[in-house]
Design a binder for this molecule. Structure first.
Ligand SMILES: [Zn+2]
Length: 147
């Protein structure tokens, strides 16, 4: 999504509103700091394929709630979480695919949380990757600390 003022292609989503038949986003250009609004309409339903093979429609609210839980009581602004969900949603609807594996989405969330907050990252990984025991949690922590 290019900034209409300077053409820069990176912006941050400040606010997302569901207006019933579409989604309106307030964005902040990361280059010139001007704000603009984009309007997005969903023309195809995108489904997420879970690890057990079940399919369900992509649901931004559900995704946001999952990320919020992982970030509970961490010093992360709601803006930041909205931004992550916004980027993933953009990917999902612009990928041209009707079905996206849930692992792709989970890994996108992990990538971003890793940069933002290591504790939230581990919480999300524990639930999302269904880590079976403490050793696998430790492996992840070791990787984080070793970076
Ligand atoms: Zn700009």
């Amino acid at each position: 999504m290019k900034c209409p003022f300077c053409g820069h292609n990176r912006s941050r989503v400040l606010d997302t509103r569901d207006s019933g038949d579409g989604i309106r986003r307030r964005r902040l250009c990361l280059n010139c700091n001007k704000r603009f609004t984009t309007y997005e309409q969903v023309s195809v339903a995108v489904h997420v394929i879970k690890s057990d093979g079940r399919r369900e429609p992509f649901d931004r609210t559900k995704l946001l709630n999952g990320i919020r839980m992982a970030c509970a009581k961490r010093p992360i602004a709601m803006d930041e979480l909205e931004g992550i969900v916004g980027q993933i949603e953009e990917y999902v609807y612009n990928s041209g695919q009707a079905e996206i594996p849930s692992t792709v989405i989970g890994n996108m969330v992990l990538d971003r949380l890793q940069d933002i907050d290591p504790v939230a990252y581990i919480r999300f990984a524990t639930v999302y990757l269904e880590l079976p025991d403490l050793n696998s949690v430790r492996d992840i922590i070791d990787k984080l600390v070793g970076r």
